[in-house]
Design a protein around this ligand. Structure first.
Ligand code: ASP
Length: 335
């Protein structure tokens, strides 16, 4: 019988009402899980349960929490066939992206899930999300970091939270779902990652200073000069369309050039959820490459942020970080 480790990190699924609003409730969730008949029904894998030190609303997640989660997965890696990580939806796509880089040589399923409606409420979507995630983790077909939510299994580092209140809360706009759960769970085998060549290894992350800048019509880039200095190691810039910045961007290019010379890496992503950055297609984007920016192609902002943390934590030189930001490492971007 397959053996799955459930790791609870918090999130709506295990929250109860308080006078300040929903908050994670350790005792409630432990008991709910232990008393859920379906979790022991025939066909379910065997499972154990662990929790992070503090159960969080995922808006409070930090790099330290990613290290704790990844550390627990690594500690138990050999003893289990797969892992289900219960997590809040707000930053689930960031954590999934970070784990996909941190868990080098991963050859087992790590399925992040949660819910939009807590288990303690009627109509909670947590039951299906949890039970289907358990089955996906036990099947061992998708041996990568995934998000299972609302009937879809998505690649973690391609996902983004798409709805604040719908039950189909996640999409992966630039990559097809890895599986869809109807009456049966149907895998899109062509879309799955190949088995890794290297051994499993954990790479912890450092709290590298990273910034995200979204451009908008009328943006006064000079106002950002004081933050875009060498003390920001990585900058993700969310541009229009295929990588275009407003004409006032002339003010931006010297800032980028200076930041790059000081060792910062500026990665260009698109505000459009779907499609890819293609620097140089328009005059409004060609200056970015000349100034030392790298194309994030079809990376989500979540994956771009996580990848910058990862590459800097590995201690690569700025040239290596620049090269690897444009290279697909874990199925996070087109090659
Ligand atoms: N604020 C919650 C969280 O991300 C939302 C959720 O879990 O759906 O932890």
């Amino acid at each position: 019988m397959k053996k799955i480790l459930i790791l609870n990190t918090g999130g709506t699924i295990g929250m109860t009402r308080t006078d300040k609003g929903y908050m994670p409730d350790r005792e409630y969730f432990r008991n709910a899980l232990l008393n859920m008949d379906t979790m022991r029904a025939p066909g379910m894998p065997a499972w154990d349960f662990v929790e992070t030190e503090e159960l969080l609303d995922s808006s409070n997640m930090t790099v330290r929490d990613w290290n704790e989660i990844a550390g627990l997965l690594a500690k138990h890696y050999d003893a289990y066939d797969g892992f289900v990580v219960l997590h809040g939806t707000d930053t689930m796509a960031y954590t999934a992206s970070a784990l996909s880089f941190m868990l080098e040589g991963l050859a087992k399923p790590v399925i992040l899930t949660g819910s939009q409606i807590p288990l303690c409420e009627l109509r909670s979507d947590g039951y299906d999300n949890l039970i289907s995630s358990m089955l996906v983790a036990a099947e061992g077909i998708a041996n990568e970091v995934c998000i299972y939510f609302g009937g879809k299994l998505l690649r973690g580092n391609r996902s983004t939270k798409y709805s604040a209140d719908g039950l189909l809360a996640f999409t992966s706009p630039n990559y097809p779902p890895l599986a869809e759960a109807g009456i049966t769970i149907n895998y899109n085998r062509k879309a799955l990652l190949d088995s890794p060549r290297e051994e499993f290894r954990l790479q912890l992350l450092e709290e590298v200073p990273i910034g995200v800048l979204k451009v908008f019509p009328g943006i006064q880039f000079d106002l950002f000069e004081s933050i875009m200095t060498e003390s920001l190691k990585g900058i993700v810039i969310e541009t229009f369309g295929a990588g275009n910045i407003p004409a006032g961007g002339n003010a931006l290019l010297p800032i980028i050039r200076r930041a790059f010379e000081h060792g910062s890496i500026l990665t260009v992503c698109s505000q459009c959820p779907q499609g890819t950055v293609s620097l140089g297609t328009y005059e409004t984007s060609s200056g970015l490459t000349a100034a030392g920016a790298v194309s994030g192609k079809d990376l989500t902002t979540e994956a771009a942020v996580a990848k910058l943390y990862y590459l800097f934590s590995k201690g690569f030189s700025k040239e290596e970080v620049k090269r690897l930001m444009e290279q697909d490492l874990r199925g996070e971007m087109r090659s």
